[in-house]
Design a protein around this ligand. Sequence first.
Ligand code: KIV
Length: 328
Amino acid sequence: MAGYLSSDTRKVTTHRLIEMKQRGEKISMLTSYDYTTAQIVDGAGVDVILVGDSASNVVAGNITTLPITLEQMIFLGKAVVRGVKRALVVVDMPFGTYQASAYEAVTNAIQMMKITHADALKLEGGEEVIDSVKKIIASGIPVMGHLGLMPQSINKYGTYAVRAKGDDEAEKLIRDAKLHQEAGCFAIVIEKVPAALAERVAKELTIPVIGIGAGGGVDGQAVVVPDMLGLTHGLSPRFLRRYADLHSVMTAVFLTDPATNAVLGVNARLGRRMKFKFAADTCRTHAEILQGSAESALLMSLEMVHGNDYIGISYRSTDLRRRAVLSA
Ligand code: KIV
């Protein structure tokens, strides 16, 4: 099946991804850091599951991807692999595990593969890491390269802004991409570069080029799942498309009072208890009135969950403005 989310149930291999590029089929790559999410992503027919070192941010709460360790990535990789039947599982080699020497790189890569049972590894960097890339591939481990914005080098860049806008950096990126292909990488990720540059790289390479924030002219797209689902609030890349607002949905659920009404009761922690019963239409109206306040997200979420059903909401209010609206 052409395009994202294949219904083909055969296990995805690195070879299949190259065939997909040859057929002009787009490749989908989503992150997962745990067994449960990996099962869902895999069940949806996504081609590649990346156990990204973005786990350092979204799982461990670090500001950068640098602190996450080999042991931590192994733990996450193992959990994800257990949840996957079809997708190709790629695990990120974390910062500091492959830069010092090709020997250290291959030793760590072998440990990662032995314990996680992943299908492939991803490494950030161009010609600076090419010896490590070659050594890992020579040991029988498939490697996905990662160029453009490389978050493990954030301290060098000092910014998460778009990379390779100038000619020199763009030329280096093209050279590095070709070096990766010659070294035997089965694919590369290109993050946050101008769309025209990413498209040119995808055209000049025979291996798939998977973009993130690199426009639509590439062979596939990578998406960080917590961003896509609206779980992460705060830093929000301009290219990011949110498909849901699970932050609000989860907040609404977690405010539910299991003792009174597990489905419909919404309780904030403080303040006076109030009860309301109204049709979904009214709920929608209130949600509009309350736009911009934290509570609007709450009501919107309930509307999403309950559709047009007649619903009741009971909750404690701490917000005077909201009380006034709801009692009107
Ligand atoms: O770690 C990660 O999630 C990644 C993606 C941004 C491609 O490398």
